[in-house]
Design a protein around this ligand. Sequence first.
Ligand SMILES: C[S@@+](CC[C@H](N)C(=O)[O-])C[C@H]1O[C@@H](n2cnc3c(N)ncnc32)[C@H](O)[C@@H]1O
Length: 271
Amino acid sequence: MSRRHVSNAGKVVVHHGDAIEQAANMAPGRAQLVYLDPPFFSGKLRRNRAGGPAYEDRWPGGMAEYLAFLRRLIGAAKPLLAPTGVIALHLDWRASHHGRLELEQAFGHESFVNEIIWAYKTGGAGKRFLARKHDTICVYAAGATWKFHPQREKSYLAHRYGFSNIEIHQDERGPYTWANMRDVWEIPALRGNQREAAGYPTQKPLALMTRIIECFSDPGDLVVDLCCGSGSTLVAAAQCGRNAIGVDASADAVAMARQRLNETRTPTRRP
Ligand SMILES: C[S@@+](CC[C@H](N)C(=O)[O-])C[C@H]1O[C@@H](n2cnc3c(N)ncnc32)[C@H](O)[C@@H]1O
């Protein structure tokens, strides 16, 4: 079942169902960005804020079963890409290395675009290892050229002297210059008390999704998220003037995504 949401910005459709089956029904070659944020092989039943089940991330067949799912998901996503489109696969330490190999198999080594590290600070740490506080988003291209919009970030300086030919700015953290954005992104993870937090487990921040969308697509392009959960990608896409299609196997997730989209009335593009 699907329903269409038209905000002032992008048109968004959310389908309830299996990613692979739904992708097979979509027109091929249209998506500028396919973002995949599947279960991470956590071995857990993921629960929503109220404690109810949100989605299953347990794999009785172990890594082999999980990788078979990942392979089918990537295989279903690939035909959706426009010739200048990219796929972005979001995983963490449990399976990101496998995920990258799967992408390499499907797209080829020469199609590699970026391995983005999303670094965050959340509670909890192991006693026998460093706190595992980053996810990995691997980006591969459908063709030899792809859309990419370079982004800028603040680069803080230890001191001001010695820099004669660059413009130095100042904010509350100190002096900085504008530099080309790197592939390591410090973006805070969502906290439960934030307005944006819908109560869905593993919900991604809009700031992260907006940055990915702005890097790899233009206004009016189509963004597809085959495991859309609470709809973060879809909301960010609508706010950035992109059209979007979301799919999720969880009825709760789909209801939440639609609710969030209904609340997304005004485009709030970053300057
Ligand atoms: C990591 S969560 C996505 C979170 C989402 N990015 C957000 O910000 O809310 C993974 C999602 O994949 C969905 N999922 C798992 N297996 C699926 C399948 N075969 N087809 C479609 N969705 C699936 C789950 O229901 C879950 O919502």
